[in-house]
Write a protein that binds this ligand. Sequence first.
Ligand SMILES: NC(=O)c1ccc[n+]([C@@H]2O[C@H](COP(=O)([O-])OP(=O)(O)OC[C@H]3O[C@@H](n4cnc5c(N)ncnc54)[C@H](O)[C@@H]3O)[C@@H](O)[C@H]2O)c1
Length: 335
Amino acid sequence: MKKYLVTGGAGFIGRNFISYLFKKYDRAVKVINLDKLTYAGNPDNMLEFKDRPEFEFVKGDICDAALVEKIMPGIDIVVNFAAESHVDRSIGSPDDFIKTDIFGAFVLLEAARKNNVEKFIQISTDEVYGSIIKGSFKETDTLEPSSPYSASKAGADRLAYSYFVTFQLPVIITRCSNNFGPFQYPEKLISLFVTNAIENKTLPIYGKGENVRDWIYVLDHCDAIDFLIQAGENGQIYNIGGGNERTNLEITDLILETLNKPAGLKKYVGDRPGHDFRYSVDTEKLRRLGWTPKHEFTEAMEETIEWYNQNSWWWKKIKSGDFLKYYKQQYQTEL
Ligand SMILES: NC(=O)c1ccc[n+]([C@@H]2O[C@H](COP(=O)([O-])OP(=O)(O)OC[C@H]3O[C@@H](n4cnc5c(N)ncnc54)[C@H](O)[C@@H]3O)[C@@H](O)[C@H]2O)c1
């Protein structure tokens, strides 16, 4: 029986990871989810597993050392998803990014070190490398993060590495590309555009829509993390990617086409300041270890779009109140 501490498990990837663990290991795992329930954390995301005896939810902050030290004894595996995660919000108010993404990671690493955990997975991001016009970043490439979000993630990434070198904490760092799938807070490109399109609302495209991202289905990301917990080497960094590079415009067209909506819903808006043009990671190291994504991109996109179609109760609750204020400020238009 392995006991996991998953942080940020009421958010998008964390909740999908917990769901993945229970589907795969059933009663052979115990999971504590430590989540502060920020605007992005949602109790509805835990409905699927909240009543399992193997699951415990602790509402709290990863920056709260006393709380983290109380939870950590007996934990075998820590997977740190908790973060402020939206680049746009990091431009408007970086404070929480520095606190949670860097200081919060430090608090977890300290408690993990004192309690001799078996594995500490620091969920970093491909954004720590910065933008690349041609080719793909390898794990050994220099980090050139360019937003307060990616800079704070890079800080935690390197801090986690320092705990391996200095204290021999069994740390593994993952740098994954852009995720999509069910339960993604509808401020991110795919979840926002799908839900807007369903309601016949405009899709606000930054700049000319030429920015390129590599997309991975969230369950492939979860699968890769689980694989690395079993097969990854301590102290190593692993890029994770889907191998599906698309411009934002290609993503937009695919969504409109799948939902049978008119191209007239596209609306070009001013660009994001410091908008990285392209992210791309070389995933050879992970592939050599024996892992490849299992989901085909177009099929996973269709399933995802269908999920948002079937679960409007989930995102309609979110897209109200403060979200509308945020949207108006961000895109200079009403939702
Ligand atoms: N979404 C992506 O495409 C992507 C890609 C690569 C890496 N990542 C990384 O994966 C992780 C999860 O991303 P996501 O998209 O699921 O984010 P998300 O914003 O959907 O979820 C983040 C969760 O963390 C919680 N949280 C925030 N601050 C906290 C704190 N101080 N203490 C405890 N909980 C706190 C929130 O309540 C929320 O539930 C992040 O670390 C992110 O940097 C995301």
